[in-house]
Write a protein that binds this ligand. Structure first.
Ligand code: SAH
Ligand code: SF4
Length: 349
């Protein structure tokens, strides 16, 4: 039995096996095939579409890879007013989105009350709310949960503490772990994830990331290849590899069969068919951007962002067409992961 078939049957791999799969291309075909089969058997053919609303690019942090970092003076900053956020969410819901993902740089420019009000308004439209706004206090997380927020995305970025320190000046790795723990404890459907191909990142540390995700029992994992941004200290670094990121994603599907896995936008930046390839290698979620106008371009985490001049309604029909063209359907459920549903029902997911 091959190591990939073993992973398919037992949902387990050792650190050494993962490192081996990542170091060689000999497993790729089988890996992508079994990851796709696992996705189908545990989650069906429905693809969850979640509308990504990038409501502010103002950030107080200085992550070395990211174009929104505080020290990047080469970026016009914006923040949408709560009313504008609600308006864009309403439009997206009218196009059929069942989840709105509110994402921004890490900042405190909205009061907790204002943000609770935004969350509540979107829930009243019948949509689910996912937050991706960084590290906050437990009380703030509680307030948003009470206002109806369903899910939270906070990537650990890398489990390698030394590398994390280097790439995140004045940030605490420990606090990031702590935030994830709190989010889970509070009952958020919790997503994490990592960057693949960061300068200085080893195969062994990527294998650690994967095992950490499995051990932590997250409900969603987003994997993105690192893309070098000329307005950051990592401007001279090489981009991460599309196929390594795809392999990481596929291994995660084998180890965590019921979670949600997005086909990340960064993958499409590196390969023009990236999201479809990801959907055929284990992914079951797509998060099209629902931000409008110049804000799309100003939310510039990395260069080469896709669909910059498109409208949200165009993106919705474009991605829906691609999904149908590979024999998949648009999910009509609220977008909860089967992992979360199973846990909520009392199973040991
Ligand atoms: N500020 C929030 C959410 C916005 S950033 C946070 O940091 O959690 C969302 C994600 O963008 C980050 O988690 C990071 O993994 C990704 N990202 C940032 N810069 C990137 C780059 N240069 N290449 C690829 N992904 C990047
Ligand atoms: Fe800010 Fe998030 Fe970018 Fe870090 S990754 S600089 S926290 S937007």
């Amino acid at each position: 039995m091959s190591v990939i078939q073993k992973a398919y049957l037992t949902n387990s791999l050792t650190h050494g096996e993962i490192a081996d799969i990542l170091s060689s291309d000999e497993y790729n075909k089988r890996l992508f095939y079994y990851a796709d089969l696992t996705r189908k058997e545990h989650n069906g053919d429905g693809v969850h579409l979640k509308g990504l609303l990038e409501f502010s690019n103002i950030c107080s942090k200085n992550c070395c890879y990211c174009g929104l970092r505080r020290q990047n003076k080469n970026l016009k900053r914006y923040m949408l007013k709560p009313k504008e956020i609600i308006g864009l969410a309403r439009k997206a819901v009218s196009y059929g989105y069942k989840t709105i993902v509110l994402q921004s740089g890490e900042n405190n420019i909205y009061s907790i009350d204002e943000f609770c009000c935004v969350t509540r308004s979107i829930r009243e439209m019948g949509a689910h709310v996912t937050l991706s706004i960084g590290e906050k206090s437990e009380n703030e997380y509680i307030a948003y949960k009470n206002a109806g927020a369903n899910r939270y995305l906070l990537r650990i970025e890398t489990t390698d503490e030394k590398l994390y320190k280097k790439l995140h000046p004045s940030m605490s790795h420990e606090n990031r772990f702590e935030c994830l723990k709190i989010l889970k404890k509070l009952g958020y459907e919790t997503g994490s994830g990592s960057l693949v191909g960061l300068p200085g990142q080893s195969i062994s540390s990527i294998a650690e990331d994967i095992l950490f995700f499995q051990k932590s029992g997250f409900d969603m994992i987003g994997i993105g290849p690192f893309i070098s941004n000329e307005n950051t200290p990592l401007r001279a670094a090489k981009n991460g590899s599309f196929y390594t990121a795809l392999k990481v994603m596929a291994i995660i599907r084998l180890l965590m069969p019921k979670i949600n896995i997005p086909a990340s936008t960064a993958m499409e930046t590196l390969d023009k068919n990236g999201r479809v390839i990801a959907l055929q290698s284990g992914a079951n979620v797509v998060m099209p951007v629902i931000t409008e106008g110049e804000y799309r371009a100003l939310y510039r985490l990395y260069p080469g962002k896709i669909c910059l001049n498109d409208t949200p309604s165009h993106c919705m029909s474009c991605i829906s067409g691609k999904i149908r063209s590979i024999g998949r359907t648009i999910s009509q459920t609220n977008g909860d992961s089967n992992n979360f549903i199973y846990k909520t029902l009392g199973g040991a997911a």
